[in-house]
Design a protein around this ligand. Structure first.
Ligand code: NI
Length: 256
């Protein structure tokens, strides 16, 4: 049984068969999945999904590219949402400089506010950081993020940054990208880092592993990710699954 630490089953890519797929995950070897909020509307959908499926947990939060919508009353709403029993994290939050919008100052402001929300709620954070390595690290250090804890989702930076986040006690989310032939930097990170700090994730419907690259992703593809990690680590796929499951429970503070 595998735990998927990062999914977006509220995405329209699942509109046609969401219930059939989610209802079948458990019998197909997926023990648990965490659906991650991307904006307010999708956080609401996340909460609905966690109420419908016992094995599904949720993270509430607003992705950096969606922070333009945030205001004080929505922050109050997020604070209340974070108290729901199946909410296990604040996320995904962070910085994304791949796109020009929203302005960097806007992204930074709401990133810091949501970090504070996580601290107040006593929940770990799910960090999204793209083309924003320095600012993300600076903010996380300045705000003592090691006291909050969490995961750097879809880790895409090099060894140096990996060491920084590992030193702060963070987990690194590893997904389909590790199966890509050209993912040299990530393979180097996975080879180097301790297995007890890796969590498996799909980011579905995105980032399908080889041999399904480009197609819709789901938690069912995680064995390909575990296999790629097992080859880099020189251990069995079963061992990778066993240890990363343990990590996922620690990350989201879920009992055995
Ligand atoms: Ni995501």
């Amino acid at each position: 049984m595998i735990i998927d630490t990062h999914t977006h089953y509220d995405d329209e890519a699942f509109d046609e068969d969401r219930d059939a797929l989610l209802s079948s995950l458990k019998e197909q070897g997926i023990e648990m999945a965490v659906n991650i909020g991307a904006n307010i509307e999708r956080t609401k959908k996340t909460l609905d999904l966690t109420e419908s499926y016992p094995f599904l947990y949720g993270a509430v939060g607003v992705h950096p590219s969606e922070t333009e919508e945030l205001n004080e009353s929505l922050m109050d709403w997020l604070e209340e949402a974070a108290k729901k029993p199946k909410v296990v994290a604040i996320g995904e939050i962070g910085l994304d400089y791949h796109w020009e919008e929203p302005e960097r100052e806007v992204q930074k402001y709401w990133f810091i506010r949501q970090l504070s929300l996580a601290r107040k709620a006593g929940l770990p954070v799910v960090i999204h950081s793209r083309d924003a390595a320095k600012d993300t690290l600076d903010i996380m250090k300045e705000h003592k993020s090691w006291e909050i804890g969490g995961v750097i989702h879809c880790f895409s930076y090099g060894l140096e940054l990996a060491k920084e986040y590992l030193d702060m006690g963070f987990y690194l989310g590893i997904g389909g990208v590790v199966t890509f032939a050209n993912a040299k930097k990530l393979k180097e990170v996975v080879s180097y880092m301790p297995l007890d700090r890796i969590v498996l994730e799909t980011d579905c419907p995105y980032l399908s592993p080889v041999p399904f690259r480009g197609k819709r992703n789901s938690s069912l593809n995680l064995p390909y990710v575990a296999e790629a990690i097992s080859q880099l680590k020189g251990i069995t796929k079963e061992k990778v699954i066993e240890i990363t499951n343990e990590n996922a429970r620690k990350l989201y503070r879920l009992g055995q």
